[in-house]
Design a protein around this ligand. Sequence first.
Ligand SMILES: Cc1ncc(COP(=O)(O)O)c(C=O)c1O
Length: 422
Amino acid sequence: MTEKNHLAPVWSQLTGLKVASGSGAIVTTVDGEEYLDFTSGIAVTSTGHSHPKVVEAIQRQAARFIHAQVNIYIHDLLEPLAAKLNEITPPSIDTFFFSNSGAEATEGSVKLAKAASKKPHIIVFQGSFHGRTAQTMAMTMAKTGYKAGYAPFPAGIYTSDFPDPFVTGLDEDATTKLALKSFDQVLATQTAPTETAAVVIELVQGEGGYRAASKAFVEGLYERCKDKGILFVADEVQSGFGRTGKLFAVEHYGIEPDIMVMAKGIASGFPFSAIGSSYELMEKWPVGSHGGTYGGNPIGAAAALATIDILTGEGFIENVAARGDQLRSGLEELAKAYPAIGDVRGLGMMIGCAIVDPGTGEPDAARVNAMLTHTRENGKVILLNAGTYNNIIRWMPPLIVTESQIAQGLAAFEAALKATEK
Ligand SMILES: Cc1ncc(COP(=O)(O)O)c(C=O)c1O
C-alpha cells in the first residue's frame, strides 16, 4: 500500500488508484477519473465490471438466501450450476465440487487425485503458478518470491520442464522433445508412475508469463499419463471461461482431462471455484474428507449461472476470438517496428508480450515498469506484468471489450514503447 493505514502492507500494489465503481471495461476512481481496465482484476471480470445480468442475479439471490451451507442443505442452484458446467466442459467431466478460490480448488484437486488413486506424489511444471496456500505455494515454480521464507513445504511434489522456447533457446519442436524427455526422466528418476497420482498443469501458463504449451507436448504428456495411469489435472483457473478464445484451454488441445480446476472468470468476480471430474473419480473421494463452510455459496452460484449464460450467448466467444486476433496482430505489427518486443505469445485474449533489451535479448523488467506507468498515466489504460523475470506485459482485457477499446490499448502501448526508448 502506498500510504500508512490499517491495511496489511503485504499486498503488492500496481496503481494506487482509489476506485469507486466499474462498468464494462471501465473503472472510475473516487475523483471521477476513468481508466480502461485491461487487467480484468487478474483475468476475473471477463463479462466486464458489474455486468447487469450478473448484478441482477446476485441481487435476486441475496434476497432469497445468502448462505445455505452445503453440508446442511442442498440449495436450488447447486444442481442447475453443476448441470450447466457439465454441458460446457469436456465429456470426461460431469461431476463438480465447489469452493471459493483458485488455490482452494487446486489444492482440493490434489486431495481428490491422491484419494482416488491412493498414490502420494504429483508432478508440476517449471513456470507454474497454482496459488498461495502451503500446498499450492509448494506447487508454484514461477518465481522464488512466491515461496521465499515459507519453507518447509508439503512434500511429494516433483517438477518437470514446461516447453518454453525462450528458456531453451531452441525451436518449438526441439523444445517440445526436451520437455517430454524431462517428464520421462522425472518418472524414471524421482517418482515412479506407481507413486504418481497426477500431473497438474496450466496449459497456458498465467503468472509464469502467458506461455501456451505446444500441442505436441500436451498430446505427448496426455498419452504418457493415460499409458501409465497418472491422472491429468488441468488448472484452468486463469485460462478458463472464454479467456483463450474457447470456453476452456483444453479445447485447443483436443484432450479430455481427468480433473479440471476452475475459478476466476467463473462468476464475474464473486469468489467462487469448482473442481470437475467424472462421477467415478469423485465417488472415490471419501465422504467428509473434504469440504468447506462457504463452498457452493448460493450468491456465487447465481453469479456463475448468469456468467455462463453470458459467455455462451450467441456470438460471445466469436467476439473473444475476433478481439484476440485484433490484439495479437496489432502487437505483432508493433513487434516489427520495436525490437524491444521479444515475443508475442498466448491464446485468444490471454496474450503476453515479452519486453527485452534489443541489444542483448535479456528481459527488461525496468522498462516494463516504466511502460505500465506510462500507459496508465498517459493513455488511461491499466496493464499488468507477469513472468519469472517480470518482463512480460500481459493482456487480459474483459471479454466484452470493443474494437475501439483494443485500438485504444494498442495506441497507449505504442506511446509507452516510444516514451521509454533508450
Ligand atoms: C493458474 C492459477 N491457478 C491458481 C491460482 C490461484 O487462484 P486464487 O488467487 O483465486 O487463489 C491462480 C491465480 O492467479 C492461477 O492463475
